[in-house]
Design a protein around this ligand. Structure first.
Ligand SMILES: [Zn+2]
Ligand SMILES: [Zn+2]
Length: 103
């Protein structure tokens, strides 16, 4: 018999995975982990105006976003993942004006 899997608490996709008794899909669980990890990192300062940047997670990448100039920055690890050809366009669409201190 086919019971419908519950919907992910975060994105609404059907999933059988749960975390703390809430249905959450694989992708969201991974993203949540990233957010938790990012929380332990020290906030970086915007290289343009020196404002402390906020961490955002988009498409499985942690992005530092400056609240002042809206610049988005990636750290080395994330940049490597982009070079591997992952979702560059999706990330660009999310961040608008992506810049990296490493280029
Ligand atoms: Zn989800
Ligand atoms: Zn800035």
């Amino acid at each position: 018999m086919a019971l419908l899997a519950p919907k992910c608490d975060r994105c609404g996709r059907r999933t059988r995975k749960t975390q703390e008794d809430k249905p959450i899909c694989e992708a969201c669980a991974e993203e949540m982990d990233l957010i938790v990890q990012a929380g332990y990192e020290v906030d970086r300062l915007c290289p343009v105006d020196g404002t402390a940047m906020k961490k955002e997670v988009a498409h499985m990448l942690v992005i530092d976003r400056c609240p002042k100039c809206s610049g988005a920055w990636l750290d080395g690890g994330e940049l490597e993942r982009l070079k591997e050809g992952v979702q560059m366009e999706a990330v660009l669409a999310t961040t608008r004006g992506l810049t990296s201190p490493l280029i």
